[in-house]
Ligand binder design. Structure first.
Ligand SMILES: *Cc1c(COP(=O)(O)O)cnc(C)c1O
Length: 377
């Protein structure tokens, strides 16, 4: 019996050749592949600049830093996300502040977010959960009112679109991940896109120890052509040439990947249409379906998860709301019931397999088992 995971990478001969070519070349890090990947990525999402990072978490860390988050500042985000969206604020001495989701989109509810804005809100970080492109305008308005920067966590939403453009263009900065379950992979990798040269400069500095090499941006007259200046405390968050070459090669297949994910989602939608007890993901024409999250009746979820597992269908639950993790509860005193919609999603959700290499037969098999479990077929 074939095992199906909720997500998996697709690597072809071109990807392998691209990585091998780097291994045979002169540059293993900080060479032309990173630049090429960044330029093509920026072009794809329609942003002016893209800055590659070692992973999506580092990309979020860099974006919050570039936005000016310092000790005591707040980063307002969705309770329904991966821990990294909150953790990256903590790395900077900032405080993640969580708000509940809108059950109609499974993304941060702008009205709930507005209630959590304070004088220390430096970043508003909506998450395009599962690949549903969150409505960004209310957050841009809210940020304008309180002087914050909008950093969209689009680690689920590469290839998604809204308002006639791709995700990655409209927020002040947008963070992406290239973990193997995401739309394209570099093994580990991440990216921040922005239209702002000033944000891009701070992102680049942060990625390489805060060290400036361009005399034009030095604070003191260089003492020679070798001069470098460390201007702020950054990290080594660089992406290697091997990873970047893989990323550039994967990017060429992205449109195909997204179209196939949409096809799979619409097959599931149709097969679950009459199953009244099953909640299907909110629909949006620009959805890019990193995940296909279904909602069972809460009392049936554990049984469904185990039954599917026995059949080699390895779903996953996305997510325990970040503030409900023991670390966050202990540190910030969050209690069950603080985020009712996110907690309800956690109690009911299973992410079903959705990825480029999934066949129509696989989709039908998964759907058939889900229908059987719910008692519909
Ligand atoms: C994957 C992911 C991240 C982190 O990305 P990594 O590349 O694994 O560090 C952050 N936020 C969300 C919502 C993600 O899904």
């Amino acid at each position: 019996m074939k095992t199906l995971s909720y997500g998996r990478q697709f690597i072809d001969g071109e990807d392998i050749d691209a990585v091998v070519a780097v291994l045979k070349g002169d540059w293993l890090t900080q060479g032309p592949s990173v630049k090429e990947f960044e330029e093509r990525f920026a072009e794809y999402v329609g942003a002016r600049r893209a800055v590659a990072f070692a992973n999506g978490t580092a990309a979020l860390h860099g974006a919050y830093f570039a936005a000016g988050v310092e000790a005591g500042d707040e980063v307002l985000t969705s309770a329904m996300t991966f821990a990294a969206t909150g953790n990256a604020a903590l790395y900077l001495g900032g405080t993640p502040v969580f708000a509940d989701i809108d059950p109609a989109t499974l993304c941060l509810d702008p009205d709930e977010a507005a209630k959590k804005v304070s004088g220390r809100t430096k970043v508003i970080a909506p998450v395009s959960y599962a690949g549903y492109p969150v409505d960004i305008e209310p957050f841009l308005r809210l940020a304008a009112e309180c002087g914050a920067v909008v950093v969209e966590d689009a680690c689920h939403a590469l290839g998604a679109g809204r308002n006639g453009v791709r995700v990655g263009k409209e927020a002040h900065m947008t963070a992406f991940s290239f973990h193997p379950v995401k739309h394209i992979t570099t093994g580990e990798g991440g990216m921040v896109t922005t239209d702002s040269d000033e944000f891009a400069r701070r992102l680049l500095l942060f990625r390489t120890h805060g060290i400036e090499k361009d005399p034009q941006f030095m604070t003191e007259a260089p003492d020679g052509p070798w001069a470098t200046e460390m201007q702020l405390l950054g990290f080594n968050y660089r992406l290697s040439e091997l990873h970047a070459a893989l990323g550039a090669s994967q990017l060429r297949k992205l449109e195909r990947f997204v179209l196939r994910r949409r096809e799979i989602a619409s097959m599931y939608d149709a097969l679950f249409d009459e199953v009244g007890s099953l909640g299907t993901p909110p629909r949006h024409e620009g959805h890019s379906y990193h995940l296909y999250p279904v909602q069972f009746p809460a009392k049936m979820r554990a049984y469904a998860f185990e039954e599917l597992g026995k059949l080699g269908i390895r779903g996953m639950v996305h997510y325990l709301p970040v503030p409900m993790h023991p670390y966050y509860r202990k540190r910030f005193g969050y209690l069950p019931g603080d985020f009712p919609h996110a907690e309800e999603l956690y109690a009911r959700e299973i992410s079903l397999p959705v990825f480029y290499g999934l066949s129509d037969d696989d989709v039908r098999r998964v759907a058939e088992e889900v229908r059987r479990i719910t008692g519909f077929a």
